[in-house]
Design a protein around this ligand. Sequence first.
Ligand code: UDP
Length: 232
Amino acid sequence: MKKIYEGKAKEVYETENKDEYIIKYKDTATAGNGEKKEDFEGKGALNLKITTIIFEMLEKANIKTHYIETLSDSEMKVKKVEILPLEVIVRNISAGSFAKRYGVDEGIVFENPTFELSYKNDDLGDPLMCEDHAIALGLITKKEYDYIKEETLKINSLLKEFFININLKLVDFKIEFGKDKDGNIILADEISPDTCRLWDKDTNEKLDKDIFRRNLGSLTKGYEEVLKRMQK
Ligand code: UDP
């Protein structure tokens, strides 16, 4: 297999099938645009298992994703897409960069979820990007923006319900979309505790990458707890 891309947490390989990729999940965790970096044995396998369960749940609910099948502890077969250079973020509760930007506490429960975009560009530090700017730069059309927003809010509703059923609050998350060979926009990348904030419903214990970002304990123990609850 030919590696065509290596990111901070995943590698992408071409396969004999020109319409498919294989994604390898790595054990590396990074934070602060790669400034903090460490390997945690088993993290890749945990994120792959968690993403698999979530993508299968979303597919059942008629959300189109790049997921085809999970092949091993580290490999997922996916549809080939061209990833849009946008991070799509939904927030249900204030935390992270939102709390910092507006100087407010973490934990404010919003009446309605917020929808935001960041421009995926490490050199610029993934700056916040509004709808008009994404369209002006030709990254997406107005129609595509509307579709992504509608689909993302549907995904948020499904994920929120899924997690609250296992006693986890979905605080916020980041997803990425890609374009397939026919120009359809579909959900891609991963959905895991690397890309979601998940707090225990009763204690607000953090069970996501903030454990690593803020040195709160064992990252893999947190992720194992999330997976355990999902498998019950
Ligand atoms: N997020 C992500 N990748 C990024 C930036 C954010 O997966 O490059 C996720 C993050 O884990 C959180 C949500 O998106 O669940 C919102 O992150 P935020 O903007 O608060 O940024 P952070 O505090 O991670 O810098």
